[in-house]
Ligand binder design. Structure first.
Ligand code: ARG
Length: 597
């Protein structure tokens, strides 16, 4: 193999092709493996598990040795022989029993990084063929204000939709309102008790219904728990609510008009809450939107004998065999009303047919895993999701310090807006010279959101975690404010020393600079992992690492007072690239960086 292959001048297209350093090194190793007649699948190079020994490692000699019945050390030596003269390696050596340890030259790392800086996505790999992905998250229910339990879905969902877009997929997100279940009938019946004379309840009324809602959104949020309590305590009341729901779903005019008010006033309130969180949805659809599709869908399922009648209801058995205890999915209840699973199925149908969705990702509490298991299985059986991949990102619970689902001091559920206010009060108003009151508010806002978002996203999403604002709002440690502080610090350094246009990233001259450069070069891996596994915490780990290594670099490397102009400019260029990385990664997490703080 010639040197020219490895020392290629066209790093930019290599980066676009391979996406990250490990992938590129793996490719080089694969060439050598091929040459030596070894199976390429063992040529994987990964970031070293022991960074004090080397930057990267390849462990392929061990499985190869088993197959070839030879010593792994000898195999590794043959591989290394083929690579030893390549100029990109500072060291490449075999250690017992057959690990190959790799360290790149500072020159190559700088060149690689300089090339990523010129690329649109800082070298992060773009998908070859975009997939049409729909995200279903948020899932708020009409008439219920958002509370702390609602926070994970929009934060995780929003991060994932940003990452998917960033990687080049075609993304559509749907808030998917809970607007079609028995709760709707409960509300109708409760309002009938309050205002029995309203025209909505008169079956003979043929005129126009009032334009204004008879209740406000705040009233609605009080009516709902009252109605729900009443139905829990009294089977007769529940029965009435069920009937009202079935009537609504079958299109009873007055109920529909009343229901429209609930949805409209709830949606305005929800839009306000979500926009305060900085979370965006492309579609504001809900369970009710697919009502027109349900009749035919159910009939078809019956015709195909995928669905069956059972005690007056229509169900889809989804258990795969005798020992599979998954209960059947109920499509239509005996009173004629449809359920949450039915609308989910019809929504899949709609998304696949009308939106050409190839993948649908549901970001919903893991306590709903059984529901999605049933829905996905029924969708397969009914043949409505043949070409679409269905994924449930089931996240864990947000707990209080007692390890139980978070409650306020008085034992109630904390409203989402209260939570944000508490985060704001901890962010505090700092004394910053020359900023207006509005700017100060904006800073507090950004710090508060960074506090909450980073705390949430930095956990593996499946885990439950303890919600501890005191800890999350610290300016030290793995927190949102620490990250913002680090990014803002770079902004202020650059304001002071100015930016450069010409300077390229140059080979590191210190250990801390090298660490910073290597960390920067690992952004594409963090993005790729998040994309492939739908796990935002990789981005959080990256951002936190970046902040730590940058702060170390900055402590070691004077900038403003550096008299060697080339060195100074190279450091400025590195600060600029670090800031660009913060901007990308924090943006993917849904976190805004203020100018000052
Ligand atoms: N509204 C539901 C709830 O409160 C969550 C909706 C999740 N999305 C879905 N397509 N099922 O439990």
């Amino acid at each position: 193999m010639t040197k020219a292959v490895f020392d290629t001048p066209d790093l930019e297209s290599l980066i676009e092709k391979h996406g990250n350093l490990e992938a590129y090194l793996s490719h080089l190793f694969a060439c050598v493996f091929d040459q030596l007649g070894f199976d390429q699948k063992y040529a994987k190079v990964q970031v070293s598990a022991r960074p004090e020994l080397s930057q990267f490692q390849c462990n392929g000699a061990m499985p190869l040795a088993k197959i070839a019945k030879k010593a792994p050390f000898d195999i590794a030596e043959r591989i290394v022989e083929c690579l030893a003269n390549e100029s990109i390696f500072k060291t490449i050596e075999v250690v017992k029993p057959g690990f190959i340890n790799i360290t790149l030259t500072n020159g190559f790392i700088a060149k690689w990084l300089a090339a990523t800086a010129k690329l649109k996505h800082l070298g992060c790999k773009q998908v070859e063929t975009p997939t049409k992905v729909m995200f279903d998250f948020g899932g708020p229910n009409v008439a219920k204000p958002l509370h702390i339990g609602h926070i994970r879905s929009p934060l995780i969902g929003d991060c994932l939709q940003r990452v998917y877009r960033f990687c080049g997929d075609e993304v559509l997100s749907d808030v998917h309102l809970g607007d079609w279940g028995t709760q709707m009938g409960m509300l109708i019946e409760e309002i009938r008790k309050m205002y029995p004379d309203l025209p909505y309840f008169d079956p003979d009324f043929t005129g126009e219904y009032p334009k204004e809602s008879p209740v406000t959104v705040d009233e609605l949020s009080e009516i709902y728990p009252r109605a729900s309590k009443r139905c829990k305590e009294d089977e007769g009341e529940l029965e009435k609510a069920r009937l009202a729901t079935a009537d609504l779903q079958q299109g009873r005019r007055g109920y529909f008009a009343l229901w429209r008010h609930f949805v409209d006033i709830s949606v305005s309130a929800l839009k306000k809450d979500y926009s305060e969180l900085g979370v965006h949805f492309d579609l504001w659809k809900g369970e009710s939107d697919v009502q027109p599709l349900i009749h035919d869908m159910v009939n078809e399922a019956l015709e195909k004998e995928v669905a069956e009648k059972s005690q007056g209801a229509i169900i889809v058995p989804v258990a795969r065999n005798e020992s599979d205890k998954t209960p059947p999915l109920i499509l239509v209840k005996s009173d004629g009303a449809v359920m949450y699973g039915t609308t989910d199925l019809a929504t899949i149908l709609e998304r696949v047919k009308d939106e050409n969705a190839q993948k649908i990702v549901y970001v919903v509490d893991k306590r709903q895993s059984l529901h999605f298991k049933q829905v996905f299985a029924a969708a397969q059986k009914m043949g409505i999701a043949q070409d679409a991949e269905l994924v449930h990102i089931g996240f864990g619970t947000l707990n209080g310090k007692d390890g139980k689902p978070f409650k306020t001091r008085s034992g109630g559920v904390m409203r989402l807006s209260t939570l944000i206010d508490e985060a704001k009060s901890r962010a505090g108003l700092r004394d910053i010279e020359g900023i207006s009151e509005q700017e100060a508010k904006d800073i507090v806002n950004k710090v508060a959101l960074a506090t909450v978002k980073f705390a949430d996203l930095s956990n593996l999403y499946t885990s439950d975690y303890i919600f501890d604002l005191d800890k999350f709002s610290q300016y030290e440690g793995k927190t949102g404010p620490y990250l913002l502080y680090s990014a803002v610090r770079i902004k202020s350094i650059l304001r002071k020393v100015g930016t450069v246009t010409e300077a390229e990233i140059s080979p590191a001259t210190s250990e801390s600079e090298l660490k910073l450069q290597l960390t920067l070069a690992s952004l594409p891996s963090a993005v790729e992992k998040t994309y492939q596994k739908c796990e935002p915490h990789h981005l959080c780990d990256y951002a936190y690492n970046l902040a730590s290594v940058f702060n170390k670099f900055y402590a070691d490397s004077p900038i403003a007072n550096e008299s060697d102009l080339d060195l100074k400019n190279a450091r400025i260029a590195l600060c600029m690239l670090t800031l660009a990385h913060f901007e990308v990664v924090l943006n993917l997490l849904g976190i805004d960086i203020p100018e000052k703080m």
